[in-house]
Ligand binder design. Structure first.
Ligand code: 4NP
Length: 141
């Protein structure tokens, strides 16, 4: 799960996907394309929104996306088109590029960082719906 800072959106996506795949052989992680927040915990608004739904993301620590993530993961879900561009720029083959997709498919998870708490609830709901439908597609495959 990849966003810009790895403190707002991708920690929620990481926590939600990990929560929903607890009984499946799936490894979930998250990263940011930027380095500003490396080592930091998620934004308190993301921690609070996740906690409302019984998902604990308080132990996560931000890290930066690296080209090695293409080797380590089968799927790379990005939150917006800027993330998509920055991640694709680090791919070294078509096979790596093919691992990358917008989490919402055709639209973006907008950055809630500069807005209010309500933005985090909207982000949570969009990410939850996307993760649910991705898992059900995997289960049918
Ligand atoms: P995120 O949100 O990409 O969802 O983690 C942001 C967090 C921090 C900044 C931008 C977006 N920032 O500019 O510091």
């Amino acid at each position: 799960m990849v966003c810009l800072g790895n403190i707002c959106r991708s920690p929620l996506a990481h926590g939600i996907m990990a929560h929903l795949t607890q009984t499946l052989p799936v490894e979930v992680d998250s990263a940011g394309t930027a380095s500003y927040h490396v080592g930091n915990p998620p934004d308190p608004r993301s921690i609070a929104e996740a906690a409302k739904h019984g998902v604990d993301i308080s132990n996560q620590k931000a890290r930066q996306f690296t080209p090695n993530d293409f080797k380590a993961f089968d799927h790379i879900f990005v939150m917006d088109r800027q993330n998509l561009k920055h991640v694709l720029a680090q791919a070294s083959s078509q096979q790596e590029m093919d691992k990358v997709q917008l989490l919402l498919g055709d639209t973006e998870v907008e950055d809630p960082y500069y807005g209010g708490e309500e933005g985090f609830a909207i982000v949570y709901n969009k990410i939850f719906a996307a993760c649910t439908s991705i898992i059900s597609a995997w289960e049918k495959a």
